[in-house]
Write a protein that binds this ligand. Structure first.
Ligand SMILES: [Zn+2]
Length: 559
């Protein structure tokens, strides 16, 4: 009885303190937030459930319902009067309470992104759909014969004959020339929309409304470039020797079509290691359940709500979904007992625990990851374990001999894969930035300048085409690519901090992360619990003692 009284007293006191502490603007904002969340929460939950139904069944009726709900959501955020209210409140500088400030920022940017006039919005959507349609139905040709992307991948990973490789590579880029004019029109429309709300171009708008800063991204990528210049040149030289040997040519004769991927964004198969043999005898679902429980982040409830196995009509990839920000978190997978699915389910459950362990006492608007790249970082942190020899040894009960064998190849593979990714993202980030800054420049030439600079791949002889436009991300996920890299950087920064400051070890050698409850405790209190309570870089600093830096990524992978 006494206890209850004290609790009530404290609650009343803090309520009074809070109530009194709010100034006029803060009170107005709190009222706005309450009304807004009452509207947005039910429709968001509905949309999430509908997305789940659509993805698990593939039925058109759910997709139709989903687009209606999404229109409803963007309808709420496009309200001019509400945007004007938030803008005035923000510019007043009177909102001082930390929680309110964070909610204000999130709301303000969400409204800002949606302040596009209906006519312009319609043009944008039309243009986007048109390109995606063209893209989906276009088939490249080799000597007049239509080929699919999977035909092209087969040639690029197996064919030894150079002229045949060149034809396949060129076929993969043909769609670029077919859609580039539409894409440039779309870029200009996006710029027009951005200028109407006061930005110099759409790239800047995307970065700023995504709570990032162009100068800071430039600094991070410049530093990453500098730190990987020499290691990448060394790895590339070694790779070139191996590849040239396999084609019976000299390294200096290697052209873009000699790499195993149209954009040289994936590790050539010369370093590929087949880990499936170790997973075949295991049940990847049982492994993740046991693993996450062992680090104090149990996922049995998530798995019980999830859709894990392949079925007709079901979405063929994987994702994690926070349905209601109240604990209904699910993942979708198409599990097989292979290394790829081991990685995928570890990854998706990384997203899922981020959502599950948000502190539910925080306001609804802050029960989200600090940023989309921070949840990617947690997912990558766990996903990387599927290739970690120490983790595999403990989880799969491997012999010392097997462990040594994996260690020998995996280090080199990981090093190459990660550094190559960094160099590729530099091309994408810098190209996109310049594309929106000036869409009328010689973009085909710019693309090859960046590829030569960052990926050390030679441009083909003769006039260059718009092959770059065959990267669909320019259309469907504009100005987002850099976040994949930021996720990797943060995953490494967390890794370093946990090994050195939480586990208090001298190095990460042999660290398996198996059965370490301290890992779960740390992540829950420093990263997952606070959700979006802090700006992502503030969260980084609180969790690792410093802002985001590429230093630890390089330290982890460049040996
Ligand atoms: Zn992910």
């Amino acid at each position: 009885m006494k206890k209850i009284l004290i609790v009530t007293f404290i609650f009343t006191m803090s309520f009074i303190l809070f109530g009194c502490a709010y100034n006029a603007q803060e009170k107005q904002l709190q009222k706005f937030i309450t009304t807004h969340v009452n509207k947005i929460e039910p429709i968001t939950t509905q949309a999430n459930l509908t997305y789940w139904d659509a993805s698990t069944t593939g039925k058109t009726e759910y997709y139709d319902k989903l687009s209606r709900l999404q229109l409803g959501i963007s309808g709420i955020y496009s309200n001019h009067k509400e945007y004007a209210f938030l803008k005035t409140i923000k510019e007043s500088g009177q909102v001082r309470d930390a929680r309110l400030t964070r909610q204000l920022d999130k709301l303000y940017y969400a409204y800002l992104r949606n302040q596009i006039e209906p006519e312009l919005l319609e043009k944008l959507v039309d243009s986007d759909t048109k390109i995606q349609e063209k893209y989906n139905t276009f088939r490249g040709t080799i000597e007049g014969k239509k080929v699919t992307m999977s035909d092209i991948y087969t040639i690029m990973t197996t064919e030894k004959n150079t002229p045949k490789r060149e034809l396949a590579w060129r076929a993969s880029k043909q769609v670029g020339d077919a859609i580039v004019d539409d894409l440039i029109r779309l870029v200009k429309l996006r710029n027009k929309a951005a200028r109407k709300v006061g930005f110099d171009n759409y790239h800047t708008m995307s970065i700023v409304t995504g709570e990032q800063d162009v100068e800071e991204l430039d600094r991070i990528f410049d530093q990453l470039c500098e730190l990987t210049n020499k290691p990448f040149a060394r790895m590339k030289e070694e790779l070139d020797r191996i590849l040239a040997d396999s084609y019976g040519i000299a390294p200096e004769d290697l052209m873009p079509w000699h790499y195993h991927d149209p954009f040289f964004q994936r590790t050539p198969l010369v370093y590929e290691l087949d880990l499936d043999i170790y997973y075949r005898k295991h049940d990847v679902k049982e492994l993740v359940e046991r693993y996450y429980a062992g680090v104090g982040l149990p996922v049995d409830d998530i798995l019980a709500r999830s859709d894990l196995y392949d079925r007709e009509g079901k979405y063929p990839h994987a994702f994690s979904e926070d349905v209601d920000r109240r604990g209904d978190v699910r993942i979708l997978c198409n599990l097989q007992n292979t290394e790829r699915w081991m990685e995928t389910i570890l990854h998706e459950l990384g997203h899922a625990i981020y959502s599950k362990y948000h502190d539910r006492k925080e306001p609804w608007l802050l029960r989200e990851p600090a940023h989309s790249f921070t949840t990617e970082a947690i997912a990558m942190f766990f996903g990387r374990l599927s290739r970690n020899p120490a983790w595999m040894r403990e989880m799969l009960g491997l012999s010392e001999k097997e462990h040594k064998e994996i260690e020998k190849v995996s280090e080199k593979y990981l090093e190459f894969q990660q550094v190559l990714l960094a160099r590729w993202v530099m091309v994408m980030y810098n190209f996109e930035k310049q594309l929106y800054a000036n869409p009328d420049q010689d973009l085909n030439n710019l693309w090859w300048e960046l590829v030569e600079k960052y990926q050390l791949v030679k441009r083909p002889p003769g006039p260059v085409d718009a092959g770059w436009a065959s990267k669909l991300h320019f259309t469907s996920a504009p100005c987002y690519y850099h976040n994949y890299m930021l996720g990797e950087l943060l995953a490494s920064q967390l890794h370093y901090h946990i090994v050195h400051n939480i586990f208090k070890l001298e190095s990460d050698e042999g660290v398996s992360y198996v059965g370490r409850k301290k890992l779960g405790d740390y992540l829950r209190t420093k990263v997952l619990g606070p959700g979006a309570l802090y700006h992502w870089n503030d969260m980084n600093a609180r969790a690792t003692g410093q802002p985001l830096t590429p230093k630890y990524f390089v330290e982890q992978f460049v040996k």
